[in-house]
Design a protein around this ligand. Sequence first.
Ligand SMILES: [Fe+2]
Length: 182
Amino acid sequence: MLAPWNDLLALARQGEVARLGDALAGRAAQLRAHKPQPEAQKPYGRRVLHQSDQGEVMLAGWPCGAGAAPHDHGSATGLVFVIEGHFAETCYAFDGGNLRVLGVHRYAPGGYLRATPGAIHDMHAQSEGMTLHFYVPAIHDMRVFDPALRATFVVTGDAGAWSPRAGERVSARVAWDGACAP
Ligand SMILES: [Fe+2]
């Protein structure tokens, strides 16, 4: 069995990534039983497995080729473990008018990425896959960047990393420099 989620969140908070990885090793089948499928019009499925004052644990299920929009995790630190599949992560800088690519990283099962507060990235599934996300603390607000609309959306932590769909809550929408008013 997996250790209690708060114990794993404590490891995430302390930066004990190797121990956290060890705790997750061999648990793919156990996690697969909870793998979420994407809802209509959404790129990947997300299922919150745990939320407390220690943080949040979310399991994401990805079809092959699916991608998140560029986003940050607000003031939370994110630690994402690849449980199944292969993924590419692109990291960005945002200057108010454009997203600039800082680098691309690739991950295989057992790999992990860390996103510091305010860091902007996206993930694309290069195969069908499953990722387990630890957020410390739980995400309150986060930014999602839409290069096509040239707009940044502030959404709540229960939103996915995609440009908000009709009916989804948006706390704020900010046009990028030089963009037409929304
Ligand atoms: Fe992320």
